[in-house]
Design a protein. Structure first.
Length: 130
């Protein structure tokens, strides 16, 4: 996940993730589900409310476009995500992020190869940027 790798300078995709976050725009959006997944990951690791807030403040300070370049989910997103989860065996957040990508432009930045088997989705590999 791009946000997780960007937050961890020891992650092998750290630099590639920073690069992708710097390209956020009206055309290149951050998935809402990725933000939620990141927050739940931090919470699961025991981060306090203040520490979680600091992580998001850091994201906004480093990448101001992260506030406006976000794909918004709708009930249609969840319908599509449920279908992707069932048909392709994707995990919950992978299916949501894939659904958002399909609704936007069909492109997704990810190191997750299981997304390659989803029709209508073009995975932009983080490996190529590392």
């Amino acid at each position: 996940m791009v946000i997780v790798a960007a937050a961890d300078d020891r992650d092998r995709f750290h630099l590639a993730s920073l690069n992708h976050l710097s390209q956020l725009s009206e055309e290149k959006l951050l998935a809402s589900a990725a933000l939620l997944e990141f927050d739940l990951l931090l919470r699961g690791k025991g981060y306090s409310e203040n520490l979680r807030s600091e992580q998001f403040k850091l994201l906004l300070a480093s990448y101001p476009r992260a506030a406006s370049s976000v794909h918004h989910v709708s009930p249609t997103t969840f319908v599509l995500a449920s279908s992707l989860e069932e048909q392709y065996g994707l995990g919950y957040f992978d299916s949501l992020i894939a659904a958002e990508a399909i609704q936007h432009d069909g492109q997704i930045v990810s190191s997750d190869r299981e997304l390659d088997r989803v029709p209508g989705l073009q995975r932009i590999s983080l490996e190529a940027d590392s």
